[in-house]
Design a protein around this ligand. Structure first.
Ligand SMILES: O=C(O)CCC(=O)C(=O)O
Length: 343
C-alpha cells in the first residue's frame, strides 16, 4: 500500500463517558477586538502591552486569498521537496515527549481539506458563538469557559505545528505581507500550524512578541498576561524560547493542584477567525484549541536589541541543554526512551 493510501488519524477521539467533575477554570474577559483603521486613528504603536485581536487583519494578504489545503498540498509536491517532514505528536508541552512521525505533507493536507468541508458545531467549543455575541455587547464582563468541552475529546495527535514552511518553500514568502504587521527593523521568524479541528497547544509563553495570523479555520485562544505567572504552574520541562506549564488544559479535572492554581487566574479569551491577526505580547501565557481544520501562521518579531538579549539568553540555555548540563531528559526536543534519558 502506498503511503498516500494509508488513512491518517486526523479525527480527534470523542470521549463518551460523562465527566465526573467539570472544572470552573479561570475567569476571563473578551480580548480587545479592533481594526487597522481604529488602531491607526488611535496612534497606538507596536508593541502593544495587552493582547489585541485585529479583525480581518490579514485579509489583504495574497496568502489569505490563495492558501488553501489543496494549494499548499500542490506546493509541497512541487520540485524536489516531497521529502517527509517531522510532525509533532500532538501535545509537546505536557508530559513525556514522544517520538515524532516523519510523513509527507501533501496527503495530510488533502485529508485536512476534506475534513474542512464539514461545518463545525457553533454551540461546541470553549465558548458557544451565541454567548460570544452576547459578551461582545457587555465589554469588561467576566465569565467562565466550558471546560466540559475539553473533556469531550482527546486532542488530535497528528499536528504539523511550528513548521518553518518558508525554509522549504521560500517562494511562499511573497504571499505574506510581513512588513504590514511588523514595520521597521525587526528580525522575523515565520512558521505555520497546519492541523484538523481539536488540536490543542498547551499552556506556555514565548520570549518574543508574536503576530499570530489565521488564514483558514477558527481557533479559540486563552491568554494570560505575565503578571498571572503565580497561577500558571511553570514547568521544569525545557523548550527553546518558551516557558511551559504543568497545567494540562485537556486533563484539568485530573490535576487537583494545578486546577486550584489555575482557577485563581484571570485571562483573555479570543476567537480567532479566518483573516484575523492576533497580537500576543512577549511572555503572555497562552493555549490554543482549534475549532476547525486550520492554516495558521505565527510571526515572532524581534528588534536588534531583543535579539541581543532574549535571543542570546535562549541560545546560551540551548547550548547548556545540548551539553546535557540543563534539563537533559526533560525537554520537547529529545525523545525519551523507556529507562533512558533524552535521545
Ligand atoms: O495555533 C496553535 O496551535 C499554537 C500557536 C502558538 O502557540 C503560537 O503561535 O505561539
Amino acid at each position: 500500500m502506498s503511503l498516500s493510501a494509508v488513512p491518517l488519524p486526523i479525527e480527534a477521539e470523542r470521549v463518551v463517558e460523562p465527566p465526573r467533575h467539570i472544572p470552573l477554570g479561570p475567569s476571563f474577559e473578551l480580548i480587545e477586538e479592533t481594526t487597522w483603521e481604529a488602531l491607526a486613528a488611535s496612534g497606538r504603536q507596536l508593541p502593544f502591552a495587552q493582547p489585541v485581536l485585529v479583525k480581518g487583519g490579514v485579509k489583504h494578504w495574497p496568502a489569505f486569498r490563495q492558501w488553501s489545503f489543496e494549494h499548499l498540498a500542490t506546493v509541497c509536491e512541487s520540485g524536489d521537496s516531497k521529502a517527509p517532514v517531522k510532525f509533532t505528536d500532538g501535545l509537546v508541552e505536557q508530559g513525556v515527549t514522544k517520538g515524532r512521525p516523519f510523513l509527507p505533507v501533501a496527503p495530510y493536507l488533502r485529508e485536512l481539506g476534506k475534513a474542512a468541508l464539514k461545518p463545525a458545531d457553533p454551540e461546541a467549543g470553549l465558548l458557544p458563538v451565541a454567548e460570544l455575541a452576547r459578551l461582545r455587547k457587555q465589554p469588561g464582563e467576566r465569565f467562565h469557559l466550558n471546560w466540559g468541552h475539553m473533556q469531550s475529546f482527546r486532542p488530535t495527535t497528528l499536528y504539523l505545528a511550528q513548521w518553518d514552511i518558508l525554509e522549504h518553500f521560500p517562494a511562499l514568502r511573497k504571499d505574506l505581507l510581513i512588513k504590514s504587521l511588523w514595520p521597521g527593523r525587526r528580525l522575523t521568524w515565520e512558521y505555520v500550524f497546519l492541523g484538523p479541528s481539536n488540536t490543542v497547544t498547551g499552556l506556555h509563553n514565548d520570549f518574543p512578541h508574536n503576530w499570530f495570523c489565521q488564514i483558514t479555520g477558527t481557533k479559540e485562544f486563552i491568554l494570560f498576561p505575565p503578571d498571572q505567572r503565580a497561577h500558571m504552574c511553570p514547568a521544569k520541562k525545557y523548550d527553546w524560547g518558551a516557558t511551559l506549564s504543568d497545567i494540562n488544559v485537556s486533563r484539568l479535572h485530573e490535576q487537583p493542584r494545578e486546577e486550584a492554581a489555575f482557577e485563581k487566574a484571570h485571562g483573555f479569551y479570543a476567537r480567532v477567525e479566518a483573516g484575523d491577526a492576533l497580537f500576543v505580547p512577549r511572555r503572555t501565557w497562552h493555549s490554543v484549541v482549534s475549532r476547525e481544520p486550520s492554516i495558521s501562521l505565527g510571526m515572532f518579531g524581534l528588534t536588534p536589541s531583543e535579539v541581543a538579549t532574549g535571543g542570546a539568553w535562549a541560545t546560551l540555555r540551548d547550548w547548556a541543554h545540548h551539553l546535557r548540563l540543563y534539563a537533559w531528559g526533560n525537554c520537547t526536543c529529545h525523545q525519551v526512551l523507556p529507562g533512558r534519558g533524552g535521545q
